[in-house]
Write a protein that binds this ligand. Structure first.
Ligand SMILES: [Fe+2]
Length: 156
């Protein structure tokens, strides 16, 4: 399994790249428009084909590059099913994880930062990790004061 943490400073967005060595295919969690070229370069350097983008949530403070990457690479766009996005190729939910080769992205419903926010539980070579988007940050949590945020939901 291949894993990279990537950072975009203008929107303070962490994007995560996961690659399956068996299939040569990759998934990007929370890619943003500012870093399309960086993400394509990373995939090329690692000799990976982008299979899916997977977003934790929709928000004005970071604009996803999912549809741009789809038009450039032919990847599929995955979102939390409850968002009901017409542009999504597939919806994920706690009952419907995303699988790519040896990788499984298990959605966890984590509302509060937005009302449909999902985190993703992933087994990284025997070590379980949760990718929490903007629900849970280092030394804090995501803001809840705009665009479908709710502090009580985040606390629960
Ligand atoms: Fe956000």
């Amino acid at each position: 399994m291949i894993f990279r943490q990537l950072y975009e400073p203008d929107s303070s967005t962490y994007t995560y790249l996961f690659g399956c060595r068996d299939t040569g295919r990759a998934v990007l969690i929370d890619p943003v428009l500012e870093t399309v070229e960086r993400d394509l370069s990373a995939l090329q350097e690692l000799d990976l084909t982008l299979s899916h983008t997977l977003d934790t949530h929709i928000h004005a403070d970071h604009v996803t590059s999912a549809c741009r990457l789809r038009s450039l690479t032919g990847c599929k766009v995955a979102y939390p099913e409850m968002d009901g996005l017409p542009c999504a190729d597939l919806g994920v939910s706690e009952a419907n994880p995303l699988r790519e080769g040896s990788l499984t992205f298990q959605p966890l419903f984590t509302p509060g930062h937005t009302d449909t926010h999902h985190s993703y539980l992933i087994d990284l070579s025997g070590s379980l990790r949760v990718f929490t988007g903007d629900a849970l940050l280092i030394d804090g949590c995501g803001r809840t004061d705009f665009q479908d945020g709710d502090a009580a939901s985040l606390y629960l």
